[in-house]
Every structure is written in C-alpha cells, then in structure tokens.
Design a binder for this molecule. Structure first.
Ligand code: TNX
Length: 554
C-alpha cells in the first residue's frame, strides 16, 4: 500500500516537475506561479532576521536544519551565497494577529509576520516546504502563502502529576506544539499522585508531596502495586527555563494548581489543609497500597478522592502564598486553578464547613465550592491575572471574571459563553488524547476510542452558540492525562497523529477543513515523525473494520 502511495507521489512529482506544498495546518491561501520553479537552501544560504525580536524564529530554523539536515544558515552573508531567507515584521497595519506571508521566489524566501509570532509561524511553514528526507541542498518550490490562525487559543495540556516527565521531554513537547503552530501549553502541575513544582515557602510540598510509595499495576483498581518509590519535581530555576524556552516559540505556559479537589499530595505534605487532619488517607477498595499507610499519604492509584482542601483561613493563606510564587514564575495572564471533581463528602461531614455555609449564607456544598473559587479569583484578579478552571466551576455560580475549560462535553462551554465568559473547549469525546486510537486498546490506555478522523472532525464552535457569542470561544485544547503514560514515548504515541489533526482544527478556516485533503498531507507528516524519531499511532494506515451490525432476530 505504501509502495503504491510512493509511486503515485513520484508520478505527480514527475508531472509538475516540482515538489508540492503539503503544509499542516492548511494555510489560508497558497498560490504557485504559472511558471513553476524552485530555489535551493543549503549551507551557503544567508539568513537575515530584521530585528532582534525575530532571533528566536531564526534560531529555531537553524536548530531544525542542524538536527535534521546537518547544516545551518549564517547571519553574515557567506561567500558565493546565492539565496537569502529573510525574516521581518510586516509594515502592513491591521493584519490578523499572528498572521504571516511567505514568498519563495528566485533567490529568496521572505517571511513577513504581523508580529514575532507570525514570523515564527512562517518559519514553521518553511520547514514543511523542505523535503522530509535528509539532503545537503534543500529544494523549496516557488510559492506565495498568506496565512493566519482561526482561533486565538490553540492548546495542548500535559499532566505531569500522574507521571513525571523530565525537563528534556518538556522541551521536546513544547517543540511539538511549536511545529504545529500551537500557542498555549497547559502544564498540569499538581494532583493527588504528586506535587511537581518547587514552592520555597512550603518545601514539604515537593519533599513529601512529590513522591509516592508505589503505583498500581494495570487498569484501575490495579492488579497489584509496583512497590517503586516514584516521583520528581521541577525546581523554580527549571520552571523559569521552560517558560523562557516556550516564550521563544511563541507559546504561553499556563500553570495549573489544582483546588479544592485533587489535593492529596498537598495534604500529605501539610495535613492541616484537610478538613480532617488526623484521619489517615483512605484508598479505593481492591487497590493494593505500597509502603506506609499511616497518616496522610500521596495517592498511588487513579480517580477522585474525598480528602480535599478545607475552606479554612489556613488553606487560603497557604494557597495565596503558593500562587504568589507561581505568578512570579509564570507571566501568563491565565492561571488555571483546577476546580474539577471535588467530592463534597468531607465538607458535608465537617462542622466547620457547615457553619461556614450558614455564616456566608450559601445554599449548600456547591455554594461552598463557588465561594472557594471566587475567593481565589479575587486574589488572582488583584494581581492582574485571570483564573481559568474546569467546567465544574460553573456549579453554584461562576466567579465573575473566570474563563472556563469545557471538558465534560460541550455544555459547560455553551453555558459559560451564554453568560459572556470566555471558553476553551476540551471535550472528552474528541480531544482527550489519553483515549485509545484503536477499537481495542493496542496498549494500556484509560479507555475510550477516539480516532484521528474523529479529532479532525471536531468543531470548536458548538451549534448552540449564536454569532454574537462566537467570540467567547477562544479555541480548544488537547488534554493529555498520564495515568497510563509512564514514559515520554508513550505520550508521543498518544498525541501523534491526533495533535496534528487538532492543529488544523484550530488554525485553518472551517471551509478549508476536509479529511480527503488532509489525509495525504498527514501521510507525509508521518514520514516527518519518522525523521523526528518519535513514536506515533499508525492506526490511520490500517483502517479498522466497522464492528458487525447487530441484527435483531427475525
Ligand atoms: C478527568 S478532565 C479528569 C482527570 C483525569 C481524566 C482522565 C478533568 C478536569 N479531570 O483528573 O485524569 O479525567 O481522562
């Protein structure tokens, strides 16, 4: 099958004589001159970045060329240089934000961005105009591209709490986003199974909360426990380095500090944050637990746990101090405060919580969750930032300025947009990249079945949203929960190629989105994955038969 594909590919090359333009995400407009031609990029090509702000884009191009082709371009014109790659900010005003134009013609490639991000995206398109295979001289077809994104928020998330990934992989992950013109990295830093960010004021968060005594084996509730002491965390220096690295790729890092639920790791470090500091941590039935089981412990299994933050002054002071350090590290306007899956059992049992509900005139425990989030929002707003939270923050009343991440389907997003709140869509049905890509799991996954075709078919603007409300849908994000991804290549396998499909959903206009047009471009992208040396699912090359239709007996 692949051979047939190559024959067709080379035939079409033979017919036109020149390589084709196969960019993902599909650019807004591409035109090739009537008289076709190509220029060559090689080690003698001169690279000009018009202003220092464009140096990161130039550096990215050079790092890519060096890694995959073995040469780089010089900023000082090499002797005998016949071609130039020129990066500049466009003088045209009022162009679309993050937009760019690329013109490849005789002797030069000129990329003009509306801003530095636009130039960076022009460089990504140029990278995709290069032949995938290694060569010393790279042919680039004559072409004019004019391009800009459909959505302002084009995100990918990564859970580093369930499994921890080294800084080197976080950098690679950010590069994958950059290569797909994505601009938000949502870094899920805390959860029941680990606290992963150094907080100077509370060292036990990482000393104790950063490690667990074991991890379940297999699917929840597990067939046993691996009995391995497991964990890790990022130092503040490492976090700063990642934030800088991402900024050089036009990517904003949004940190997530989970509250009031998913807080077991923080509570293991500081039991006074719990409603019941003296009650030992409880575990789901049938889960085998390793090591010490007295007192508060970091969880070793997946799911939702009743031991959540108590809405006390102690907790609020703690969270404010944590957030102060977090906001100093992350310049992002958006700070993610979680808000999801907070069981109300402990709040129901707690005399303090019940009294607080009365004193504050709240309706019930959902009102208390809303009170919790609104208090944190006020604090974060006071520092000039905004909160974003999972759609449970709608329950009991949305905090006045909050943004909502809609994960339990689209309804949370629809409700929030109708209340004039900004929304990022992340519905489980299409963009939970922890789901299986084959009908039967071909490796251990959380379950579900989400093909690359399904992700590609996702439309971020729900049909219930009217035109006036559309502006509240900022975009969408792929979520990568790592209960069943214990190492980097597994993360790669889960995101590729679905994240490539999502990038087109987020960048390209609705009218240009078309699977028949996308599929051959995706196949070229699979060759690029091979060059990158990443793991990816080949399910798209092996379409699965539909399951037999159940007939009613007649
Ligand atoms: C739900 S999505 C969660 C996560 C899990 C994920 C697994 C969300 C806000 N909460 O804690 O890891 O499902 O798919």
């Amino acid at each position: 099958m692949k051979q047939v594909f190559y024959v067709i590919f080379f035939l079409s090359l033979g017919l036109t004589g020149y390589s084709q333009v196969n960019i993902i995400p599909k650019p807004a407009a591409v035109s090739m001159p009537a008289v076709k031609g190509e220029l060559t990029i090689d080690a003698s090509t001169h690279l000009v970045a018009a202003t220092p702000a464009l140096q990161p884009a130039a550096d990215f191009l050079n790092a890519y060329l060096m890694e995959y082709y073995g040469f780089f371009l010089r900023g000082i014109k090499p002797k005998g240089s016949a071609t130039t790659v020129r990066l500049a900010i466009s003088t045209a005003t009022n162009g679309p934000k993050e937009g760019y134009s690329l013109e490849a013609a005789k002797g030069s490639v000129t990329i003009k961005g509306q801003d530095a991000a636009g130039v960076f995206y022009g460089v990504q398109s140029l990278i995709q105009l290069l032949p995938v295979q290694k060569a010393a001289r790279l042919a680039v077809p004559f072409v004019t591209i004019s391009d800009y994104p459909r959505f302002a928020y084009r995100g990918m998330h990564l859970d580093v709490a369930r499994h921890f990934f080294p800084v080197s992989f976080i950098r690679e992950y950010i590069d994958y986003l950059a290569l797909h013109k994505m601009n938000y990295f949502h870094w899920h830093l805390t959860d029941d199974q680990g606290w992963r960010i150094e907080i100077k004021k509370y060292p036990k968060l990482t000393q104790i909360g950063g490690f667990r005594n074991g991890t379940i084996i297999g699917h929840f509730p597990g067939t046993g426990n691996d009995n391995q002491h497991y964990g890790g965390f990022y130092t503040q220096e490492q976090v700063k380095e990642i934030v800088r690295y991402a900024a050089g790729r036009s990517i904003t890092v949004v940190p997530e500090i989970e509250m009031p639920g998913h807080a077991s790791a923080a509570i293991a470090a500081y039991p006074e944050l719990s409603c019941f500091p003296n009650e030992p941590t409880t575990y789901p039935r049938r889960t085998t637990v390793a090591g010490d089981t007295t007192g508060k412990q970091v969880q070793q299994t997946w799911g939702v746990f009743n031991d959540v933050f108590a809405p006390t002054e102690t907790t609020f002071t703690f969270l404010e101090n944590v957030l102060d350090e977090v906001m100093a590290l992350f310049p992002s306007k958006l700070i993610h405060i979680g808000g999801d899956e907070c069981p109300k059992e402990n709040w129901k049992r707690s005399a303090f919580c019940q009294q607080l509900i009365k004193d504050k005139g709240l309706k019930d425990e959902h009102g208390l969750q809303s009170y919790f989030i609104q208090r944190i929002e006020k604090y974060i707003n006071g520092k000039g930032r905004s909160i974003i939270g999972w759609d449970e923050i709608l329950e009991g009343g949305l905090a006045p300025n909050a943004l909502v991440m809609s994960w339990r389907g689209e309804q949370g997003g629809i409700d929030a947009a109708k209340q004039s709140h900004y929304v990022v869509m992340t519905p489980g049905s299409h963009v939970y990249l922890d789901h299986s890509q084959t009908r039967r799991d071909d490796s251990l996954t959380i379950g579900g079945y989400t093909t690359v075709q399904k992700t590609y078919s996702y439309e971020p603007i729900p049909k219930e949203i009217n035109q006036a409300e559309e502006k509240f849908i900022l975009g969408a994000q792929g979520n990568v929960w790592t209960e069943y991804m214990a190492y980097p290549s597994k993360v790669e396998y889960q995101i590729f190629p679905r994240m490539t499909a999502l990038s087109e959903v987020l960048w390209s206009s609705r009218a240009l989105r078309n699977w028949t047009d996308f599929e051959p471009r995706l196949k070229i992208q699979l060759d690029r994955y091979d060059r990158w040396g990443v793991s990816y699912s080949k399910a798209v090359l092996q379409p699965e038969p539909e399951p037999p239709v159940k007939r009613s007996s007649n």
